[in-house]
Design a protein around this ligand. Structure first.
Ligand SMILES: NC(=O)c1ccc[n+]([C@@H]2O[C@H](COP(=O)([O-])OP(=O)(O)OC[C@H]3O[C@@H](n4cnc5c(N)ncnc54)[C@H](O)[C@@H]3O)[C@@H](O)[C@H]2O)c1
Length: 274
């Protein structure tokens, strides 16, 4: 029960890594505000999390006997964000943890000069600006509380380049920069800001995550055996699991990490060591 009496807001909670973090936080006694766009976004080549999937995450967490509020919001839309943040604050009275997990992997798959202006803007607006908007909304509350932990789910694409993924890579490098700069802004207010960089995370049927197969399609890796092809570049010879990310997030959210801020935790089965 490492997160008992804490309240966490998790974005992109309908499925995948977000769902895993929600369930693992609930197992640690954390009350939850779960947010997801809950519908597809024009320009993203695959289906995003649905309203039903968000409700399923909420149900799985309620079964663990924690308080759960869930709502639809697009991290591109300030009004939608403010609505759920205000509702969450009214319900729980505080927000201790913000997990900025919502993200998209496409539009991508093009050489940099072929990227459309609108595709570039979309990627940056969700994967980077969305993190800033959420920080802006919840950071105000945390600054009044004089406490808080913000956990930004970046990527190894925030540390190294990936071919034909420049918008995603730029957005995730931006998330690392935002993490470090806001860690400094917030240090006097006892708000900690840290980033987690997952490597290739195995899509999990139970968690209904879909990102890895979509990345494979975008870079034209055979989607039938994409896992074994991705594994080859990971020294530990296995892909990362969603629960690996959730375990790191529990630590960063907990009082065990009370003097950890501005850090970048890489969870990539050794991918970036080489
Ligand atoms: N899966 C991987 O291999 C991997 C690797 C490195 C980093 N990441 C990062 O981890 C995070 C989660 O990825 P995942 O693998 O669980 O992907 P996923 O597609 O399974 O889940 C992402 C969730 O975010 C939601 N979302 C997308 N755009 C949104 C928006 N504008 N507003 C609100 N919600 C939105 C989706 O609906 C979905 O439920 C992302 O930030 C991703 O970039 C994933």
């Amino acid at each position: 029960m490492r997160l008992k009496n804490k309240v966490a807001l998790i974005t992109g909670a309908a499925r995948g890594i977000g769902r895993s973090i929600a369930i693992n936080f609930a197992q640690q006694g954390c009350d939850l505000i779960l947010l997801d766009v809950g519908q597809d976004i024009a320009g993203v080549s695959y289906s995003l999390g649905s309203e039903n999937q968000l409700e399923h995450t909420a149900m799985l967490c309620r079964d663990l006997e924690v308080g759960v509020l869930s709502g639809l919001a697009d991290v591109r839309d300030v009004e939608q964000i403010e609505l759920i943040v205000t509702e969450g604050l009214a319900r729980f009275g505080k927000i201790d943890v913000l997990v900025n997990n919502a993200g998209i992997a496409t539009p991508s798959g093009k050489i940099v000069h072929d990227i459309e202006e609108s595709d570039w803007q979309l990627m940056l607006d969700v994967d980077l600006n969305g993190v800033w908007r959420m920080t802006k909304s919840v950071g105000r509350i945390m600054s009044q509380q004089r406490s808080g932990s913000i956990i930004n789910i970046a990527s190894t694409a925030g540390l190294v380049g990936y071919r034909y993924f420049s918008a995603y890579v730029a957005a995730k490098h931006g998330v690392i920069g935002l993490t470090k700069a806001s860690a400094l802004d917030y240090a006097p207010l006892k708000i900690r800001v840290n980033a987690i960089c997952p490597g290739s995370v195995r899509d999990d049927d139970v968690l209904e995550g879909k990102m890895l197969v979509e990345i494979a399609k975008a870079i034209k890796v055979n989607e039938q055996n994409h896992e074994s092809l991705f594994v080859e570049s990971h020294p530990l010879n296995e892909l990362v699991e969603c629960s690996d990310i959730a375990n790191a997030a529990i630590w960063l959210a907990s009082d065990d990490a009370v003097r950890v801020t501005g850090s970048v935790t890489t969870i990539d089965a050794g991918f970036t060591v080489k």
